[in-house]
Design a binder for this molecule. Sequence first.
Ligand code: SF4
Length: 333
Amino acid sequence: MGTDSLNTFRISIEDYYRSNKRSLPWRREVPVPYEVWLSEIILQQTRVAQGTPYWVKILKAFPTIEALANAEEDKLMSLWTGLGYYNRARNLQKGAKQVVADFGGELPSTYEGLLTITGIGPYTAAAIASICFNQKVGVVDGNVYRVLSRFFGISTPINQTAGIKEFQILANEIIKSSSDPASYNQGIMEFGALHCTPKKPLCMMCDLADICSAFNDGKVDQLPVKVKKGKRTAEEIHYAVVQTKDGIALRKRGTDGIWAGLYEPPRLSEAPENGKEVTSTIVHKLSHKDLKCHFWDVPKEMLNEPTTYYTKDEAAELGMPIIIAKLVENIKM
Ligand code: SF4
């Protein structure tokens, strides 16, 4: 790729950002690294409209990295309920503890330093380093793969090592000559999210259309290329919904696996004979499998381990997978 085409692309993306950037609470005149970090972690798997209220309430509850480091895990998880991918919250807190212990409560100001913090990978490190510390490291996420692969006509699969490497090198090459890396990185993410979208990109209104490879070759809907993964699997989960005058039975899950550290009703190894379901089966989709959750009305005596009972108010303070939070909210006690 010639330097001219890289520069034209970069300048166009920076202009796009200056004209179209959304006003978001963490986009301050002088960005606060903790706020940007929190926004980047929340927005990894979540859309801006859904994630922003979570950003507001988590920041209100824990206004500093130190407050987040010292937060009760259950409190953090309850504020995270509904966002999914709970490991993000756990790693965020681990990272906060590390920042307090090793960096005096301030995030490191270099890409390499940021990468040493738990939960901060290359994407988040590049975002924080460029937005807060003016460093020239290109961000690469789903939006960026799409825009770069289309504009430069790259068909290397984006979910294989060679592609991951190739796109990161290209992103770094583009940002190298920028005097405003924060605008370039935020611009390409914004451009991918709002303009060069997965379906129905706005090619007819695109300033880059004349020189966009995919547009000129009629390949917009073929890029980026992703190698198909194996078939999705399904797992049946049987919950015992047990209520007493003290509330609903809930247990905290262990530290490993899906929903680690969250609260849910006790699990049964199989469906009870002649069991009655308190609500229809709920299918919860994870990235690689479907969880088919059944909720059985069973008597207290069926629980063979000690169990704690929670009122609705008490349960509202606990971290729970969203489907369990909804069950507890809707159940009559
Ligand atoms: S012309 Fe279409 S595919 Fe190319 S960058 Fe613009 S929106 Fe994306």
